[in-house]
Design a protein around this ligand. Structure first.
Ligand code: ADP
Ligand code: MG
Length: 234
């Protein structure tokens, strides 16, 4: 599903350059649930943003679902991004003046899905994340955990091949974090490929594999016995 070879990325700042990714090799098959760990500044978000086609590497190869991702026009990149990828961020990134349902329906609008079908699908995904009753509410009327579940519903509504989550529980307390991980595990149980950036050990162990980044390289890549989040939510 995802294959990257010898990926490098530097940030240029004036005459200085910060080499952040120094030859990353990584692959993930369909249906995997991978945690990407590493201390702050180790390049986790940089890697995820490249995988998510929000940013480009300086060199190396990236193949997503058999498609080589390189030198794409803005339009083509946007098309692939909408078709292949769903995003979840620490800060939820919901649109404040739109209801939960409108937020979930938004990616479908960009896919030119007709209005009625958009609303039906959005409601269906809200129901799947347990928030059907909250469809008409605005984000500021929802708790942090509910906001993140709306964000997950929005990401899934476009039926992406890969869900990329950058510290999805970073702004949530433990109990709420486990509820969000429970949802992520259920989505993965249905066969979806998911990458979760986290620096929390307990969250990483709710994935099936942990990849450790340090100083721009992968220093460890191991399978783990998955802890089910449902054991921690009543
Ligand atoms: P992490 O997500 O692991 O905390 P990041 O990928 O966000 O790490 O950042 C890795 C390093 O790159 C950090 O030192 C950060 O300050 C730097 N960095 C990130 N984004 C940029 C940018 N757009 N311009 C310059 N430096 C950046
Ligand atoms: Mg980060």
């Amino acid at each position: 599903m995802i294959e990257i070879k010898d990926l490098h990325k530097s940030y240029k700042m004036g005459s200085n350059s910060l080499h952040v990714l120094k030859g990353i090799n990584f692959s993930a098959k369909a249906g995997e649930l991978v945690a990407i760990m590493g201390s702050s500044g180790s390049g986790k978000s940089t890697l995820l943003n490249i995988l998510g086609m929000l940013d480009e590497a300086d060199s190396g190869e990236y193949t997503l679902d058999g498609v080589p991702i390189r030198d794409l026009s803005e339009t083509k990149a946007a098309q692939y991004r909408n078709k292949f990828l769903g995003f979840v961020f620490q800060s939820f990134n919901l649109i404040n003046y739109k209801s939960a349902m409108e937020n979930v329906a938004l990616p479908l609008y960009y896919q030119r899905v007709a209005r009625k079908e958009r609303q039906e699908k959005a409601l269906n995904y809200l129901e799947r994340v347990g928030l059907k009753e909250w469809a008409e509410h605005l984000p500021n009327e929802l708790s942090g955990g509910q906001k993140q579940r709306v964000a997950i519903a929005r990401a899934m509504a476009a039926e992406p091949k890969v869900l990329l989550a950058d510290e999805p529980t970073g702004a949530l307390d433990s109990k709420t974090s486990y509820e969000v991980m429970d949802l992520i595990q259920k989505i993965n149980d249905e066969g979806n490929t998911i990458l979760v950036v986290t620096h929390e050990e307990d969250i990483a162990h709710m994935c099936k594999r942990i990849v450790h980044l340090r100083d721009g390289v992968i220093v460890e890549d191991k399978k783990v016995e998955q802890v089910r989040a449902s054991e921690y939510v009543q």
